[in-house]
Design a protein around this ligand. Structure first.
Ligand code: BES
Ligand code: MN
Ligand code: ZN
Length: 511
């Protein structure tokens, strides 16, 4: 479904003729929880003659973050409907908390499905923080308004279409910095929405060949250089890990590379983005239990994020050279599938003893990371739904972060800024010792199938494929890559698009 249109307006919010207007609402714990309209809502509060907060309180509003309260305006202002979104405690002079704004605008725009035109009148500081605050408001609104088109054959009765037009109130709609944020938000949101679409597609509709085709089609006209390796080329090229995982499926594997080179920058820094693209993970011969297996259609969330992020890079044109590597395979059990016990020669020549075919992500990623290093890069930033251990350790919102110091700090700081937290994890020597193989260079998991330090085993394994001198970060998004619950904030049900905004921020920070 297409993205809503976005425009800045500087008309008095009370006079905006839109279907609904979104304002912010703070709670004031020091004042017995009394409500306070957030900055931006002054003229609307004035039109209500001092009765706005008491009326909202009557409707149950508390100002809690993400809370949405609807109020019919009955002619007091031009818009027939106000949506007050909770922004939590009033920040005393400090910059508004960006993630509260993102989640608030996301929740409001989601709650307004069925309205065609929506205006946002939210707090914008008049200092150097303004562009960042505007960015948070715009991204939250565009992402909260996402809906997967789906496959229903008949239109649903009482269907409420996502908001089609967004207007955002700013002090000066002609301000260039504000206009630049609109352009950027549209690019970033289009990228996240595309990644969500790919993750939400059913696994019969998105297998490695069709996934590669979809990425190539999306990259048409973007200016990105495109390379696709098919099954024969992967075999001939020595991509043993991708071939091993992919050989069990009738839909053969692919490695897709997308590259962006900045113009007019002499020897730019080089960043490789790598993504796990298992279009369906049955576990292979080490088959998974059937309950919940359907969710493994999201096992390509890393590759979806990297492919979509590359399109954003092509549009944003940072002063850094960026390449994306999408390692695609379907992990199936069959007569041609790889087996526990197999020894596989990887792209960098290392030999891996397979213990569990369900640890397939690291097999395809080892090759993709090694290829990225062979092409020459300063940084490898990799994202993958790699281990159930990540979900156990950090839950569904916080990614696991492993790698070298500079790259993990880059990603941690970037994730913090954009509301995609990733928590640094160690790569202990004893975990590597536990992966010694009797007959090959390394086991793919602990050699006794001991699940202790499960998430860390993934990071320790991937380190073997990073070339000397390359800074690298492995972001395990097994939890944050897919949101199985009901929509919340700007997260809709299904694919989340994590960590696209983190990687784009990291690239900005390197430029
Ligand atoms: N794709 C899974 C990891 C996963 C689990 C992602 C839950 C999202 C939600 C991965 O390929 C896998 O199966 N990992 C195994 C590794 C084990 C066999 C070493 C796991 O986590 O159990
Ligand atoms: Mn698996
Ligand atoms: Zn997997």
């Amino acid at each position: 479904m297409s993205q809503p249109s976005l425009a800045l307006v500087d008309t008095d919010p009370a006079e905006l003729a839109v279907d609904a207007i979104v304002i912010g609402l703070h709670s004031q714990p020091d004042d017995g929880g009394a409500l306070l309209p957030a900055a931006g809502a002054e003229s609307i509060a004035a039109a209500f003659d001092g009765k706005l907060t008491s009326t909202l309180a009557l409707l149950g509003a508390s100002g809690a973050p993400g809370e949405v309260t609807k109020l019919a305006t009955l002619g007091t202002i031009a818009a027939p409907l106000i949506v007050a979104v909770g922004l939590g405690d009033e920040p005393s002079g400090s910059a508004p908390e960006l993630e509260k704004l993102r989640r608030g605008t996301g929740a409001a725009v989601r709650a307004l499905a069925g309205s065609a035109t929506v205006a946002l009148a939210l707090p914008l500081p008049d200092d150097e923080d303004a562009p960042g605050v505007l960015r948070a408001i715009l991204e939250g609104a565009l992402l909260g308004g996402y809906k997967f088109a789906g496959y229903k054959t008949k239109p649903q009765p009482n269907r409420r279409d996502p908001v089609a037009q967004l207007q955002v109130h700013v002090p000066d709609a002609a301000d260039e910095a504000a206009q630049a944020e609109v352009t950027r938000a549209e690019v970033v949101a289009r990228s996240v929405r595309l990644a969500r679409d790919w993750v939400n597609m059913p696994p019969n509709e998105l297998r490695p060949p069709s996934f590669a085709d979809a990425v190539v089609a999306a990259a048409q006209g973007s200016g990105l250089e495109v390379e696709v390796l098919d099954f024969d080329e992967l075999k001939a090229g020595g991509y043993g890990g991708i071939v091993a995982v992919g050989q069990g499926s009738e839909a053969p594997p692919r490695l897709v590379k997308l590259s962006y080179t900045p113009e007019g920058v002499e020897s730019p820094k080089r960043v490789a983005l790598v993504g796990k693209g298992i279009t369906f993970d049955t576990g292979g011969i080490s088959i998974k239990p059937s309950a919940g297996m359907w969710e493994m259609k999201s096992d390509m969330a890393g590759a979806a994020a990297i492919g979509a992020a590359m399109l954003a890079v092509a549009a944003l044109k940072p002063g850094v050279a960026v390449s994306g590597y999408l390692a695609m395979a379907e992990n199936m059990p069959s007569g041609s599938a790889y087996r526990p016990g197999d020894v596989i020669t990887m792209f960098n020549g290392k030999r891996v003893e397979v213990f569990n075919t369900d640890a397939e992500g690291r097999m395809v990623l080892g090759d993709a990371i090694a290829r990225a290093c062979a092409d020459g890069t300063d940084y490898v930033l990799e994202a993958s739904t790699l281990t159930g251990g990540q979900v156990i350790a950090l839950g569904k919102r916080i990614a696991g972060l492993m790698g070298s110091g500079p790259a993990t700090e880059l990603v941690r700081a970037a994730g913090d800024k954009v509301g995609e937290p990733a928590w640094p994890m160690p790569l202990p020597e004893e975990v590597r010792k536990g992966m010694e193989s009797d007959i090959a260079d390394i086991c793919q998991t602990n050699s006794n199938l001991d699940r202790a330090g499960h998430m860390l085993q993934g990071g320790v394994f991937l380190r073997e494929f990073v070339a000397e001198g390359v800074e690298w970060a492995h972001v395990d998004i097994a939890g944050p890559g897919y949101h199985a619950g009901e929509a919340t904030g700007y997260w809709t049900k299904g694919g989340t698009g994590v960590p696209i905004r983190t990687f784009l921020q990291a690239i900005d920070d390197l430029a």
